[in-house]
Design a binder for this molecule. Sequence first.
Ligand SMILES: NC(=O)c1ccc[n+]([C@@H]2O[C@H](COP(=O)([O-])OP(=O)(O)OC[C@H]3O[C@@H](n4cnc5c(N)ncnc54)[C@H](O)[C@@H]3O)[C@@H](O)[C@H]2O)c1
Length: 258
Amino acid sequence: MELQGQVAIVTGAGRGIGRATALELARLGADVVVAELDKAGAERTAALVKELGRRASVVPTNVTSPTDLKTMAERTRAEFGRIDVLVNNAGIYRAAAPLDVTEAHWDAVMNINAKAVFFASQAVLPTMIAQKRGSIVSLASLAGKVGSRTNLPYNASKAAVISITKSLALAHAADGIRVNCVCPGFVETDMWTVVAREQGALLGVPPEEFTRQRLAQIPLGRMERPEDVANVIGFLASPRAEYMTGQAINVTGGVIMH
Ligand SMILES: NC(=O)c1ccc[n+]([C@@H]2O[C@H](COP(=O)([O-])OP(=O)(O)OC[C@H]3O[C@@H](n4cnc5c(N)ncnc54)[C@H](O)[C@@H]3O)[C@@H](O)[C@H]2O)c1
């Protein structure tokens, strides 16, 4: 119960890695605010958190709106009195060859995956600074550390998350705030269905074959589960990681090692 009495916000927690993270933080003792676009998914996650004996609240949030992000922080403070953990999880994936990337594609991916990570952090930081304590964990990706023929904006957005993590970690270490990110690999969620379909189509292979090819690249021999990521986020959020900040931690089954 390393997060007993603490309050965590998880963006995009209506399914996938976000939901698994909300439940892991609840198991560690935290009350959870589900900041999500999808109402039904958010309410289901909140119900599951409550089944674990923790308080949960749904704050309808579009992370691309800095106003929504301010409201998210204000409502959390009003209802729970503090903000100890922020997990920037909401994200989207789109595939296209570089010459086919439109401005709309670029903006959609960068706004949700990168810009929102910064403005959500900015929204909670004043509270964390006043508390002299806080932990921010964001979802980057192995895509943030390697190149790609088929999803340049996605990779650029995840590299931006790693960079935002390092700058915020430096700027707020003296305030008692740690900022880290995780870099998952091939995680079986609704997003993976989109990755396999869109990237597979560009590479000329059916989605099942695309997934088989990716699986063959994983040294640990199985696809990643949302819980594999959530466990590491729980660790980074907790005092067990009190000497870690500014890090981008791979959780890929060994696909990348740098
Ligand atoms: N699945 C993978 O293989 C993988 C690998 C590396 C990193 N990631 C990253 O992990 C995070 C979660 O991925 P996932 O696979 O669980 O995705 P997912 O698509 O299954 O879930 C994403 C969630 O974010 C929410 N969301 C989307 N746009 C939003 C917005 N504008 N405002 C608020 N909520 C919004 C969705 O409603 C959904 O509940 C993403 O940042 C993703 O880029 C995923």
